[in-house]
Design a protein around this ligand. Structure first.
Ligand code: GUN
Length: 301
């Protein structure tokens, strides 16, 4: 693909298409593993309670496993489970050599210490890449599981051949899952990477002035239509991580998804943009599958 140039012809970054390509490549790798006498990669997911969004996400992960011929195990636990019982389940899966990857869907009920649970997962099975050992290794450029959403954004930038080197990347949001790891990956001496990175957040002063300096703007703040045309410069490449559900009288369900960026307001000013839906979202599950494949192939540990 052509290297990107700063001009006003906007190109949609089709995450749905890239995710499909990644998943097809994973399927091929699974076929190869099976042909060589290996077992199918196996992802286990723990879901605690009945949160609607979490159920939707976990079901989508289980379905995606099926589509690439992975084995999956979904462990649904009562929302009143004690922390120690949950930790015992994690321990049991850590010790099960038939399982390659384990995720515990977040958020967890208030009576359970999320950090304690995340840290109880064996780093070698932590395909979410949330364990401090994996975060530390990622920072130090050692082989590790990289959190799926930032890994998916890197994959989009790579496959669209977006030139990041020497560019100013502004990341909005400092979550452990997206903003913080994203800022680290974009600053790395790698391609995509080699950016000058600024991370801004809710306490940042004169945020508009900083976002206006971005060549690449990655928005993960969780506020619908937060970024508008007055916050960006001409030719910026925008990655919109937001998934916000809003009422709509144009859909059958009465709901639609919109991002953290006001798409219609910025579309004539940017060079590239990820749509919502169909941009970053589909990449998250694809990269979780990729981490699980790497675990099965013992690529990381
Ligand atoms: N909750 C929201 N995103 C994620 C994710 O990527 N992994 C897990 N385990 N929980 C989440």
């Amino acid at each position: 693909m052509e290297e990107y140039q700063e001009c006003n012809i906007m190109i949609l970054l089709d995450g749905k298409k890239v995710a499909l390509d990644v998943r097809n490549e994973i399927s091929d790798q699974v076929s190869l593993l099976l042909k060589n006498g290996h077992k199918r990669p196996h992802l286990a997911a723990i879901l605690v309670g009945n949160d609607g969004a979490s159920q939707t996400y976990v079901n989508a992960k289980v379905k995606a496993c099926k589509e690439v011929n992975f084995q999956s195990t979904l462990l649904r636990l009562d929302e009143n489970i004690t922390e120690s019982d949950l930790l015992a389940e994690v321990e049991r899966i850590n010790d099960d050599s038939a399982i390659d990857g384990l995720i515990v869907q977040l958020p967890l009920p208030d009576h359970i210490d999320e950090k304690k649970v995340t840290q109880s997962i064996s780093p070698s099975k932590d395909v979410d890449g949330f364990h401090p050992v994996n975060i530390g290794k990622m920072v130090l450029n050692l082989p590790s599981y990289v959190p799926a959403t930032p890994a998916g954004i890197i994959e989009i930038l790579r496959r669209y051949n977006i030139n990041c080197s020497g560019k100013h990347c502004v990341v909005i949001g400092r979550s452990h899952i997206v903003g913080s790891p994203m800022s680290i990956l974009m600053a790395k001496n790698s391609n995509p990477g080699n950016c000058t990175v600024t991370l801004v957040h809710s306490k940042t002063k004169r945020l508009h002035e900083i976002t206006k300096m971005a060549d690449i703007l990655i928005v993960a703040i969780g506020k619908k239509n937060f970024v508008n045309e007055d916050m960006i410069k001409d030719g910026v490449c925008i990655i919109d991580v937001g998934i916000n559900r809003v009422k709509s009288d144009k859909t059958k369900s009465g709901w639609k998804l919109i991002g953290d960026v006001d798409f219609d307001a910025v579309k004539n000013k940017c060079s590239y943009i990820t749509p919502v839906p169909g941009g970053v979202g589909p990449m998250t599950i694809a990269m979780l599958l990729n981490n699980t494949l790497n675990s099965a192939k013992k690529e990381i540990y």
